[in-house]
Design a protein around this ligand. Structure first.
Ligand code: MRU
Length: 347
């Protein structure tokens, strides 16, 4: 399995997603500031792995803190968490990861400093294992929804590279293929950062799953030609009413799917569900650098001075979503009830 992120004694190690698919190289971040930079620069990206990355960044920062007592360590923890929280705003998993580390800190705060540090490292490593298990469970729940054979469209990368392994949307596809289904994946290239053509295609090719890359504007024609039997995508944040924030372009794909009567599935761990945000209008949308649009592979492709928009995500209203696949099961409309029913009693 691809090791998207890994805890090592030297630091947090990532496969460098900015260099794929042509170079498989790894980067070891030796401080929490370097982890924050890796998130900002997209060396690591994708909602579920950002949750675990945030936790590992916190664990690294706390482990290397010079604090001698609890109060000083808590001050360091708060500073580290603030730096990591300021990296990317949309994927709620990042904040979930930080919150979980803060709760662990509170839980073990009666212990000596060395043991607190150890507990935080263990917690982050446990979150990595849990993420892979959640993806595999999602795969089992979702595989049955896909046809025995046919074309599956996906957008962006919701695969092993967006998680700690196996993937959410691509986990569902992997599980379906493992169960004997004959599927052909159509990967939207996903302008402007090309997560589909660079990352989804790379990891599916590695697994030997038949894959065709299409540019984003080809999806409608493929659907009309009957080549797409289902759409499966991931999510960066799912509001309490089932509105889904995901990579820019997802909303358009959802509208196309509805028009062509093709099921549109969202696969995400429960840590992506934000019951505190009532609907999609409350989800912060990250604006990324204009350069991602004005340049391709380092070459300028737009005239100097032209206006540029680069929202990294859009929101698909819940009425376009056929079902949401989580590790706790598959839920359908009305999402305000079905999502809440998946939450533990205290949530
Ligand atoms: O900007 P990115 O590459 O971090 O955006 C990633 C996505 O939009 C994914 O589809 C989403 O995080 C789901 S990943 C399982």
């Amino acid at each position: 399995m691809i090791k998207t992120v890994e805890w090592t004694d030297a630091g947090v190690r990532f496969i460098d997603q900015t260099r794929l698919p042509t170079e498989e190289t790894y980067v070891t971040c030796k401080s929490y500031e370097e982890v924050a930079d890796a998130i900002r620069t997209m060396i690591v990206r994708g909602a579920p792995v950002l949750g675990v990355t945030a936790a590992m960044g916190v664990a690294l920062g706390v482990r290397d803190s010079q604090a001698q007592d609890l109060a000083a360590l808590k001050q360091d923890l708060d500073r580290i968490c603030a730096v990591i929280a300021a990296t990317r705003p949309t994927a709620v998993n990042l904040f979930w990861g930080i919150r979980r580390m803060k709760s662990k800190f509170d839980e073990v705060s009666a212990k000596p400093v060395a043991q607190i540090k150890e507990a935080l490292v263990n917690e982050a490593c446990q979150m990595l294992d849990e993420d892979i298990a959640a993806n595999q469970a999602m795969g089992q729940h979702g595989a049955v929804l896909l046809p025995s054979n046919g074309g599956i469209l996906t957008h962006c990368n919701a695969g092993a590279l967006a998680t700690c392994g196996y993937g959410t949307a691509l986990g569902v596809i992997r599980a379906a293929v493992d169960s004997g289904k004959t599927l052909h994946v159509f990967a939207d290239e996903t302008r402007p950062f090309l997560q589909g053509s660079r990352l989804t295609a790379w990891e599916l090719m590695k697994d030997g799953i038949p894959t065709t890359v299409i540019s984003d504007n080809m999806a409608a024609a493929m659907m009309r030609q009957g080549k797409i039997d289902a759409v499966v995508v991931g999510a960066d944040r799912i509001a309490a009413n089932g509105d889904v924030a995901n990579k820019i372009g997802t909303y358009g794909v959802a509208i196309l799917a509805k028009e062509h009567r093709i099921p549109f599935y969202v696969a995400a761990p429960f840590s992506t569900v934000d019951l505190n945000t009532p609907n999609g209008s409350g989800i912060p949308i990250e604006q990324r650098s204009a350069r991602e649009v004005t340049h391709m592979a380092g070459k300028q492709i737009t005239p100097d001075g032209v206006g540029i928009e680069n929202p990294a995500f859009d929101v698909t209203p819940h009425q376009y979503v056929t079902a949401i696949i989580t590790e706790r099961g598959v839920v359908r409309s009305p999402y305000s009830e079905s999502l809440r029913a998946l939450a533990p009693a205290a949530n």
